[in-house]
Design a protein around this ligand. Structure first.
Ligand code: HEC
Length: 145
């Protein structure tokens, strides 16, 4: 690379970096930090825990750590039992909750048998189950109003 190319590349980097700072710095993180955090309901807090456990699971799958996969799945099992207890019993919701537990059991089985593909498939089923239940919940909230 000659000097001219180097300088133009450095200039480009500076522009991109500056733009990034403009978007993420003053407008993004800083502004958001000053807003008061909206109060979370118990179910929302449970769900945040679910999200954390899901990340642990993903890590376990990525590095083939069956201990971590098992840990994440056990946490999800516990959280979903507690979270669903806090939700009004409704037949279709219960169906979604059951489906979710079934996918978690599939991941646990995969981890126990040290079968990465089964655990990974279970993880994909579980992701779909998160999304399906949320779709259902959103529709319910809309029709309730
Ligand atoms: C059986 C139904 C069901 C399943 C399955 C489910 N959720 Fe939820 N989820 C809910 C409900 C109900 C809410 C709360 C909606 C509300 O009140 O805002 C919610 C909200 C959330 C939120 C938003 C919380 C907040 O701070 O507002 C996250 C994040 C979330 N869920 C993650 C997950 C993840 C990740 C999974 C799968 C691993 C999952 N959920 C599976 C029912 C479910």
């Amino acid at each position: 690379m000659n000097q001219k190319q180097l300088i133009s590349r450095a200039f480009l980097l500076a522009v991109v970096g500056g733009l990034g700072w403009l978007c993420l710095g003053p407008l993004g993180a800083d502004a958001r930090q000053n807003e008061p955090a909206p109060k979370k309901t118990p179910i929302q807090l449970f769900m945040r825990k679910k999200l954390e456990a899901t990340q642990k699971l993903m890590e376990g799958l990525a590095i083939e750590d069956y201990e971590l996969i098992g840990q994440g799945a056990r946490q999800l099992e516990g959280i979903s039992a507690a979270a669903d207890f806090a939700v009004v019993k409704e037949a279709l919701y219960t169906q979604h909750a059951d489906e979710f537990r079934r996918t978690v059991a599939k991941i646990q089985k995969g981890a126990k048998e040290k079968r990465l593909d089964s655990a990974a498939l279970g993880y994909m089923d579980m992701t779909m189950s998160c999304i399906e239940c949320h779709k259902f919940v959103r529709n319910m909230l809309i029709t309730d109003k």
